[in-house]
Design a protein around this ligand. Structure first.
Ligand SMILES: CC(C)(COP(=O)(O)OP(=O)(O)OC[C@H]1O[C@@H](n2cnc3c(N)ncnc32)[C@H](O)[C@@H]1OP(=O)(O)O)[C@@H](O)C(=O)NCCC(=O)NCCS
Length: 175
């Protein structure tokens, strides 16, 4: 098996993103952004050329983008960005999204497991993320994956007209 790839017997696999995935990665951000209630961005903030450049130039120990690949289609993505300073290089910040029709299949869990594996390998000790307090499905996923609440920014976002809190969650990998 390719070292970058976690095959599972359910039609999907988790693998590292490639430059050729740029269009599909941006599509995920556009589709999930347009849903309007799960992620902060309304649409992808990169164009295809930028996204491809990011994928080509990614420094191995500093950032990783993983995809959920369903019979060759990129249906989910997860990005980990490592802290860029000596004082926070032991942390990684996670963001993820799955296309609507492919949720509930375990792809989110698979992406997080693979992200944790990579992070531990490169010496990251603490994984961090932020999630809207209204996003119950994502919060459940994160709790199941070992994340705990460590802070709340009250009324930090307005989502579909309502103020919601930003929950800061984190998971220590080797405790
Ligand atoms: C949240 C998200 C990443 C979860 O990915 P997924 O592939 O659907 O999750 P999984 O199939 O691995 O489910 C794992 C667990 O998460 C929880 N979960 C996921 N979606 C859920 C939902 N809609 N309602 C309730 N629980 C949910 C469940 O506990 C589930 O475990 P279970 O099926 O054993 O109960 C995905 O639904 C998604 O992309 N949502 C929109 C974008 C988003 O919210 N991104 C995160 C922003 S912080």
């Amino acid at each position: 098996m390719n070292a970058d790839m976690t095959s599972v017997d359910r039609g999907w696999m988790i693998r590292r993103a490639r430059p050729a995935d740029a269009v599909q990665l941006l599509n995920i951000l556009d589709v999930v952004g347009a849903e309007g209630k799960y992620i902060a961005n309304d649409a992808a903030s990169w164009n295809v050329a930028d996204q491809r450049r990011i994928l080509e130039g990614m420094v191995d120990h500093a950032q990783r983008i993983l995809v959920g690949d369903y019979f060759g289609a990129v249906v989910g993505s997860l990005e980990v960005v490592r802290g860029g300073l000596a004082k926070n290089a032991h942390t990684g910040t996670v963001a993820m999204a799955i296309l609507p029709s492919y949720r509930g299949l375990g792809i989110g869990t698979g992406l997080l497991q693979e992200a944790h594996r990579w992070a531990a390998d490169v010496g990251i000790e603490k994984m961090c993320l932020s999630v809207f307090s209204s996003n119950e499905g994502a919060i459940r996923l994160y709790r199941k994956a070992g994340y705990q609440l460590e802070g709340i920014r009250v009324g930090q976002f307005r989502v579909q007209g309502e103020l919601v809190d930003e929950l800061l969650m984190a998971c220590f990998l080797n405790r």
